[in-house]
Design a protein around this ligand. Sequence first.
Ligand SMILES: O=P(O)(O)OC[C@H]1O[C@H](O)[C@H](O)[C@@H](O)[C@@H]1O
Length: 528
Amino acid sequence: MQTLEAIDAWQALWASRDRLAEQSINGLFAADAGRFEHFSLTAAGILLDYSKQPIDRQTRERLLEVARARDVAGQRDAMLAGEPINESEGRAVLHTALRVPDGGTGWAAPAITREVATTRSRMAELAAAIRDGRRTGATGQPIEHVINIGIGGSDLGPRLVLEALAPLADGPTVHFVANVDGVEWQQAMGQCDPERTLVLVVSKSFGTVETMANAHEAMAWLRRSVPSDTVLERQVLAITANLDRVRELGLDPELALPMWDWVGGRYSLWSAVGFAIMLAIGPTAFDEVLAGAHAMDRHFAEAPLESNMPVLLGLVSIFNGTLLDRRSQAVVPYTERLGRLSAYLQQLVMESNGKSVDRAGHPVSIPTAGAIWGQTGTPGQHAFFQALHQGTDVVPVDFVGVARPVAGERGDPLALTANLFAQSQALMQGRGDADMPAARRCPGNRPSNTILLKALTPATLGALIALYEHRTFVEAAVWGINAFDQFGVELGKVLADELKPLIAGGQAAEGVDGSTAGLIARYRDWRG
Ligand SMILES: O=P(O)(O)OC[C@H]1O[C@H](O)[C@H](O)[C@@H](O)[C@@H]1O
């Protein structure tokens, strides 16, 4: 495969970086009456409009040529076929196999398809029994609360989905505990009757310090509050790929729900990690989330590159981030229901693609993932949009909107949508004639995508998340990096283990740098 730098189309793009950065988006509309049609597409209930990017047909063709030369389609097919594309860990990457409808074949090896189907039906039976009160707590009380203990990929996906689909929730109330500072735990404990609470300990590795500490707290709380010898068996459920460690925590691995090493943590909400979602909205709605993601998978697998939404979204991101050096991207959903989207995408994008060596271990020669951040509109408009309109940095924005309001929800959908469309228009058009004071002028020509969902349903939500997963993959495929390991997060964990006794101990911290020693001393002093 050609390196990026050796590809003619990339060279041509690179050579015209300055011109592309200055390319007038308004001018592109003036030159092409059909621009919206030619630079937008619909798949799985989602419209992507990327016409407000400084990309003309020639630039798009060059970007597609880069994708072809980097064999994005071949890399995609290798992932979908279960080849061990996570080379540094020797693992396949098969989150797409988790969302194949029951009975669907051809997306993973039969053994994997069977395991997935077996686990999904175990989940569905258990969820149905808990939801309708057949499966009670240890003292015969119905389960009314679920505490999901997990962090990172074992937390962010279920949180995002449950906030988005809260109007559909008709099962037990789900509380999330991720941090180890005790705040979320205290809040959860304060709201839950221990005899009516199921604790989910969700951890792929079953070794994450925060999750294990919170699990110990929760188990101690249940033991002292529920007068039954079977409380742990009935009211604590482990969800993990490391069944051996379940026993170490004092739980029965036979009762645990499994996941597998071919599911990355940040790609795992579709597995048993999403059990809290299933408990809250029911197995049928959970299946719809999977079906929506599968619809996007099919589109990604089958659509030609030039009309393939994740491919185009990925190429637009590379155009902005790598080619034009616009190192930060904002994502602004115009519904509070998607308030967690930016936090979710931070893990998905920055943990996957925050890499500086390629798959062969050589330093990359171009910038990979920058920062992704955001907040909902309209509140974000009253906070950071000033910088988007007039700041010195050009920040590409993904606006995410929903056409049909959720039934029964109040609010002013027209005002919301008018703001959503007005912001991307304002960023592009700018404002200012010579008579206007400079402080009031907006430079304009600032790029954005608009991603419009027909409605915020389980299916479109699943498709939206899958869209961003595949966009992330496409970028990694072009850059030649492994999107599926995360060794960078380990060093801090190791050092935290080493520092803990130093911070706790009475003697001077030795063998650490001056700053850390100073901080430890001050911490001890102030802690008293
Ligand atoms: O699910 P777990 O094994 O507990 O891992 C939880 C999270 O922690 C790790 O540090 C990784 O950075 C994440 O990718 C992972 O999702």
